[in-house]
Ligand binder design. Structure first.
Ligand code: AMP
Length: 213
């Protein structure tokens, strides 16, 4: 089964994708992570990608496609991919359908994490990543978890694009370019809306109920 985790930036897609990976042995295809890896690897595209991400703009469809196609065509990940952050516009929706069809696969579930703009802005501005265990924490909503974190605080890092100006831009881009993707998927029988304002464990529980059927 292939799953799309859909929702605005900061909806909790990454957190829930990591949970599914652990529980069901899935592969998380996060285009944001793949692009950040490209920046770290200092390839010829690094500078271009980094500039766009830092401005809260989308990276070009071609660059993103090149990154995902290798993963979709990898037999090791066949039918156990969670798409996190892809597709993000209608042209990517169509492209994904084609790539999957060519690889004899399809999308089996589209899980939409529904969260309001106010909530999103608060969540993203407080987001902190532990670079050792990859857990995503929040300095506003989970203060206790931060203090008691198992790896200590020395690996904590904020994403460069998690600043107030870029966050608003990313949300606006979502509403303008990505919301039509939501409207497109809404009529799909495999589309399921989940209240993304629930606690992390409650959302994971709901996702498990859906995937266990
Ligand atoms: P994310 O980690 O999903 O929040 O993505 C971080 C940034 O990477 C986004 O703001 C975009 O600049 C870029 N990005 C991620 N996924 C895509 C995509 N599917 N298409 C274009 N740009 C993307």
């Amino acid at each position: 089964m292939n799953i799309i985790l859909f929702g605005p930036p900061g909806a909790g897609k990454g957190t829930q994708a990591k949970h599914i990976v652990k529980k069901y042995n899935y592969f998380q295809l996060s285009t944001g992570d793949l692009l950040r890896d490209e920046i770290t690897k200092k390839t010829e595209l690094s500078e271009k990608i980094s500039k766009l991400i830092d401005q809260g703009e989308f990276v070009t469809d071609e660059i993103v496609e090149d990154l995902i196609i290798k993963i979709i065509n990898n037999e090791n990940y066949k039918n156990r991919i969670i798409f996190d952050g892809y597709p993000r516009n209608i042209s990517q929706v169509k492209k994904l359908e084609k790539i999957l069809e060519n690889a004899n696969q399809k999308i089996d579930k589209i899980l939409y994490l529904d969260v309001s703009k106010d909530n999103i802005l608060k969540r993203i501005s407080g987001r902190i990543l532990c670079q050792k265990c990859n857990e995503i924490l929040n300095e506003f909503t989970n203060k206790e978890d931060l203090i008691n974190h198992k790896c200590g605080t020395e690996y904590f890092k904020k994403r460069a694009d998690d600043n107030d100006k870029t966050i608003v831009k990313r949300y606006d881009t979502y509403m303008e370019v990505t919301k039509p993707v939501l409207d497109y998927y809404k009529s799909n029988p495999n589309f399921i809306k989940i209240d993304g304002t629930l606690k992390i464990d409650e959302i994971s529980g709901k996702i498990e109920e859906i995937l266990n059927v």
